[in-house]
Ligand binder design. Structure first.
Ligand SMILES: [Ca+2]
Ligand SMILES: [Ca+2]
Ligand SMILES: [Ca+2]
Ligand SMILES: [Ca+2]
Length: 396
């Protein structure tokens, strides 16, 4: 075991001399501070472990030998408890944007190979600047969090990734769409996305294009955080919708632990299937409906027709039953759209019931269809009696 406060590899003018190897299950190199690999090579293999706070892998354009780190073999591990940076020139001298500008594609590559059971962990933020590449083959990279630009520099052919990718802006959406090689089997890849700055396709452009596309398998957990563009407004006409495909994938697994919209968690008021889909009522018939299908995650913003109490775009017996069950009479209070107050005056009275009946459509979703004509007739009769009874006894 080697212990150091911090370390910098690569001061020797001959990069060939800047090589360190940590090999074997009992081999550890523990840095209580940062580790800098500058124009050199670090090999962690056969169960060796290297630990540090911040990890830096640097290159310089006057050096012909690129910097590289290889973590290979079961049990081999590089722990970066804080941030991780692969970039040209020392951290703090110039910004990541300046790195990109200086390099202009001419810099030698800086490479991190994680192979054959190796593991690299990052506790904070991982930043992978232009001309840097992470090659992941049958191994695991827990990258903390990173931008999409950094994420794009991970070349994963097999293994698993875990971390948060911050997606923001139109450029990110385009870049995301070309992330993965469709030929690659991503069946083991686990990726959590926190799209805390993700934006929607704007209202009215009728775009059905996915914001984010994975040709392979994507496993979802963590938080989906959706921020509508400032130009976006919810629908003002009842019965109309805006549909957004948030993610498409060759195959989707898992669901987001929570979905946020403009910073607020969407509550699941209705769960129409066993896939995790839900409909969330926002007030006065405005629904945000999240649907998980095998290859996509979709969002629908719906301003429901009066009487569509559950936001599934029909007014069927389920809706009428809800209105009748919620009946308060004209003196009632505290009623909501979900309990049958469809005109927004906080009661469920004969006006609400009548409106729901007039708007009746029957079930539109064949999967949950019930025999409507007979059901409708019975319900109309029941509603009629109820309305008469209550209006007699309860009218104020
Ligand atoms: Ca309905
Ligand atoms: Ca009323
Ligand atoms: Ca009412
Ligand atoms: Ca229905």
């Amino acid at each position: 075991m080697v212990t150091s406060l911090w370390a910098k590899m690569g001061n020797d003018g001959n990069p060939g001399n800047n090589v360190a190897t940590v090999a074997g299950a009992n081999s550890q190199w523990n840095n209580s501070g940062s580790l800098v690999v500058k124009a050199g090579a670090l090999n962690i293999q056969s169960g060796g472990v290297v630990s540090n706070t911040t990890g830096h892998v640097f290159g310089f354009s006057y050096n012909t030998n690129p910097s590289s780190v290889t973590v290979t073999g079961n049990g081999s591990r590089w722990n970066n408890s804080k941030d991780f940076l692969m970039a040209w020139a020392p951290l703090g001298v110039i910004s990541p944007e300046e790195f990109e500008h200086l390099c202009r594609g001419d810099c030698d590559s800086i490479i991190l190979n994680i192979e054959a059971g190796g593991l690299v962990t990052v506790g904070g933020t991982a930043t992978i600047i232009e001309n840097s590449t992470v090659n992941l083959v049958d191994a695991r990279f827990e990258f903390g969090q990173m931008t999409l630009a950094s994420f794009n520099r991970i070349n994963a052919t097999a293994g698993s990734l875990e971390g948060i990718v911050n997606v923001s802006g139109e450029n990110d959406k385009t870049a995301f769409a070309s992330l993965w090689n469709p030929e690659v089997d991503m069946s083991q890849v686990v990726t959590a996305f926190d799209m805390s700055s993700a934006t929607f396709v704007e209202l009215g452009d009728a775009s059905t294009a996915s914001d984010i596309n994975f040709p392979g398998y994507v496993y979802l957990n963590s938080t989906l955080s959706l921020m509508p563009l400032t130009s976006y407004t919810d629908r003002a006409t009842r019965g109309t919708v805006d549909d957004f495909t948030i993610i498409t994938a060759g195959q989707r697994g898992g669901t987001f632990n929570e979905v946020r919209y403009s910073g607020s968690v969407l509550a699941a008021d209705f769960r129409p299937d066993a896939n995790g889909s839900f409909r969330s009522h926002q007030g006065d018939g405005l629904f945000r409906n999240v649907t998980y299908i095998s290859t996509a995650v979709e969002l629908q913003n719906l301003l429901a027709v009066q009487g569509d109490t559950d936001g599934d775009r029909d007014i069927d017996t389920a809706d009428l039953t809800r209105v009748i069950s919620g009946f308060t009479g004209a003196a009632g209070s505290g009623a909501t759209w979900l309990t049958g107050d469809i005109d927004g005056d906080e009661d469920v009275d004969s006006r609400d019931v009548t409106r729901a009946i007039i708007n009746f459509t029957g079930a539109r979703n064949a999967a949950v269809a019930v025999p409507e004509p007979a059901g409708l007739l019975l319900l109309v009769l029941a509603v009629g009696c109820l309305a008469v009874e209550r209006s007699r006894s309860c009218r104020s």
